[in-house]
Write a protein that binds this ligand. Sequence first.
Ligand code: ADP
Length: 509
Amino acid sequence: MPAIRTRVTVAFTVALSVTMAGFAVLVGAARRASAERELQSRVMTIAELGERILRQAGARPIVVNSDSLVGPRLDAPLVEVLDGLPGYLLIADGARIIYQSPAARALQPNEFDVLMRAALSLTPARSAGYVSLPVPDPLTGIRAPASGPGRNQLLVVGRFEEPTENVPVRRIVAAETTESLRFVRRELIGTVVAIAPVVLILFGLLAWWMAGQALRPIDRMVGDVEAITDGRSLHRRLHPPRAADEIARLGTTINAMMGRLEQSFAALRRFTADASHELKTPLTVIRADLERAMQAKPGTHDQLFALEEALQQSARMADLVDSLLTLARADEGRFDLHREPVPLEPLVHEAAETAQILGEGPGVRVRLRELQPATVDGDVVRLRQLFLNLVTNAVKYTGTDGSIELSLVTDATEARFIVQDTGIGIAASDLPFIFDRFYRADRVRSRASERGGFGLGLAISQWIAHAHGGSITVASRLGRGSTFTVRLPLRPQGETPVAGTRERTDTGD
Ligand code: ADP
């Protein structure tokens, strides 16, 4: 259980981290784009302002300091106004710089050189660009490296003017470092680094708790299942949660499965107990008979009588073992059915004749009421066994002066073999069980009677009917007789008879 819980928590935390990282990247990209736009418009605005200031001062004369090596300069009041603008600002008249802002003036000569070259490289067609320059940020004073991921850049934007008579100004170039862009990234990374661990820990704990809550019913069910240690504790049931969720369904399904297992185990125990009991009786009789035979004088009537009884009992035991084997194989689905087209009329005739012979003793009349031609796909030996089981039962449970009627009728899809007797009938309370193994409606009488069976005949008959895709049903009233009906699917018309095929069967019981 902890394994699943841990896995769910780890998976959730990893998924959350990936989502957060993805989100941070998207937000970072969006913020950087907007910061870049802001920077561009700021630099543009400074350049525009510079241009406007110059244009307003258009009437004022420009002091040309011809002695200076630097070249002409703007007059002092104008320089004072322009000095109020932030960032780097250069104004050039042709290739001569006639104004530098205080930030530009503070640059090292080589840095100024780079800035100047960048300013002069701008053209009206390419009026903006980035240049790498390890200049200090005029706002923060931070001097970033010239290269590498943290390198500083300048955004240089120029405005161009046609020189006039009074204002021989051609380009006004404003520049600002990209420090603000890096600041945005640093700020975002800082926020993510500060918040992410807290969020991950909090949500990880939440996931751990929720997984624990979700798995708790399973934990309880595992405990319940562990308490079922052997076949005897199969009466125990799980306690699924009330909610109509998957776990509740799992619990209900396991409970239903345990119900079926309990029934199977009980049936198996009953079967083993019954089988042992049924085998014990003839064995005891055989033992007693053999003892009697050994004590009796050889060849006397007593000895022969004892030996004959032992023989009868061993034949009875062989029958029982045979039936048990049949059922055991049927249960395992290991029974080979030799399928072939089987006409049922001869089998019904045979069954009627057997019933007549068996009924002679007790004086039971046997009549063949109806016999319609019918052919099924099946195993002739097993079908004969099925029919004989039913007619022997009918004779066995029908008293003197009783009668038995046999019919074979068909409809479009199936053949029905009906055995109707006027015998002792079966009580309504016994009816649901008579196809169960070892079930005898009246144990005392069955055992006492000479032909008392083991209660396996109908179980085998039912298996044979099912194995042929058919069924067997009974209608009976105590004292009024019983009617057993076997339904078997007819062989489809027009199908060419083929050589018998072997197949494994499963009763599905
Ligand atoms: P058995 O070998 O005891 O006859 P079966 O499995 O053939 O075992 O039958 C199960 C029980 O069903 C019988 O013990 C009997 O009580 C009842 N039974 C079967 N056939 C008939 C019938 N034709 N009339 C009355 N009871 C029957």
